[in-house]
Design a protein around this ligand. Structure first.
Ligand code: HEC
Length: 210
């Protein structure tokens, strides 16, 4: 094929044309989205966690940043996503678990750890002074996920026909006798602040007889 005179073949023109359209579409969408975002008062990513820190929890949140945890973990508007996300972890893990994990990560974590544990990059965490470990445990266990968000133990308080439908379609009928529906134990408000985060400790949980 010579470049002189011929230029692109029809098929090539169509292919390049389609690719160019995609690029133009992506750029326009991005600009449109940014303009929309700048002008709308709504937050694009609603915050899914809340915190109401005790004095010790506040100290813990400072130590969390000072001790390099945010090199790997993202916390309250700081840090990276290199390690596992800890957003709202107080609703997922009990204070006992967190205290144990910080001291003996390898025997506490359900699978093998990559970074916490002797000889690994976050090995220093287990050797921190007791006061730091206690403060960080308070901080993490007081950092709750908003009910209904992915990290929360309980789904939203409102009844959802969609979830009923999904359960009907996807959950094998044998599950109904083997497991109870977590929605039946839904607390009326957010989980209690402070340790432990287990549902049975919730004073507002209406059903504790499972
Ligand atoms: C070098 C990166 C790194 C650093 C630094 C680090 N972490 Fe982690 N962290 C991880 C990774 C990765 C995991 C998942 C477990 C593993 O593979 O070690 C984890 C897991 C955790 C967990 C358990 C989460 C769960 O759901 O079980 C907690 C709690 C935690 N880190 C707290 C901390 C605190 C507090 C610090 C600072 C004192 C810290 N981490 C520093 C990488 C890091």
């Amino acid at each position: 094929m010579t470049m002189k005179g011929g230029g692109l073949r029809l098929g090539e023109k169509i292919l390049f044309g389609i690719a160019a359209l995609f690029v133009v579409f992506a750029v326009i969408s991005f600009i449109g989205m940014e303009i929309y975002r700048a002008h709308s008062g709504k937050k694009m990513y609603a915050s899914a966690s809340t915190f109401d820190f005790s004095a010790q929890g506040r100290v813990g949140s400072e130590r969390f940043r000072e001790l390099g945890c945010t090199n790997c973990h993202r916390a309250v508007r700081n840090g990276t996503n290199h390690g596992v996300g800890l957003d709202g972890i107080g609703s997922r893990r009990s204070a006992e678990y967190l205290a144990a994990f910080l001291r003996q990560p390898e025997s506490t974590y359900q699978t093998q750890t990559l970074e916490h544990g002797p000889g690994k990059r976050a090995a220093y965490v287990a050797d921190l002074p007791e006061s730091d470990l206690r403060a960080i445990t308070s901080f993490l266990s007081e950092w709750k996920a908003v009910q209904g968000s992915p990290d929360a133990r309980w789904p939203e308080d409102t009844h959802s026909g969609f979830i009923d439908e999904m359960v009907k379609i996807w959950a094998p009928s044998t599950w109904k006798s083997q497991y109870h529906d977590v929605r039946d134990e839904s607390p009326s408000a957010t989980p209690p602040v402070g340790p432990p985060a287990s549902p049975s400790a919730s004073p507002s949980a209406p059903h504790e007889d499972h």
